[in-house]
Write a protein of this length. Structure first.
Length: 200
């Protein structure tokens, strides 16, 4: 293998390596490096702590706002669901009540007697044009059970097919009492703040 030497003129891109001195740096060189003081280090630590704390607080607040929004949305959804369920349950209860009333009157038609007595009591003491209007299905039952009370105050029983079974109307010279199922139902609904109609 032949050795090849490069003349110095052709080796301009190369520099000669020299070992770095391990002697102590000169005072001029030491002055160039400025180390922070203990107070500066404490200040830097405090600043880093404060910035980190402020960043953490901001993040916690942002998450708290998000959580608050989620909580408000959930609360609103629960309130809407509760209102819907309450309304649905009330509708179901009212529907059942109507069916129970109808069934009760079909099974026990004598349930009209307290209704008629109460209506007559409303207009007791009047003796002019006393009229009790009843459904044909109820007229015979009421006449047979309350014949003495009706005769005593001069009440006439008139059959009116427009009045649903289970209700009545009382008319006299001093006023009128509507004790039909429709009217009694509407009064009940008014106490509930509703206006559901009685289904004939």
């Amino acid at each position: 293998m032949s050795e090849r030497f490069i003349p110095k003129e052709q080796s301009s891109a190369f520099e000669r390596w020299q070992a770095v001195s391990f002697d102590k740096p000169s005072p001029e060189r030491r002055a160039a490096v400025i180390l922070p003081t203990a107070d500066q280090i404490v200040a830097l630590q405090q600043r880093a702590h404060d910035e980190g704390f402020a960043s953490g607080v901001a993040e916690v607040r942002a998450q708290a706002r998000q959580l608050g929004a989620v909580s408000a949305a959930f609360t609103g959804a629960v309130a809407t669901l509760e209102a819907y369920m309450a309304d649905s349950l009330l509708n179901l209860a009212l529907e059942l009540a109507q069916k129970i009333i109808r069934q009760s009157l079909a099974i026990r038609p004598e349930l009209i007697l307290p209704v008629v007595r109460e209506a007559l009591r409303e207009l007791s003491g009047t003796y002019q044009n006393n009229t009790l209007l009843l459904n044909p299905a109820d007229a015979e039952l009421v006449s047979s059970h309350l014949s003495q009370e009706l005769a005593k105050n001069g009440w006439r029983v008139i059959v009116d097919e427009r009045i649903e079974s289970g209700g009545c109307r009382v008319e006299s010279g001093s006023g009128e009492v509507d004790a039909t199922l429709t009217q009694r139902w509407q009064l009940t609904m008014a106490t509930l703040g509703r206006n559901d109609a009685w289904l004939v």
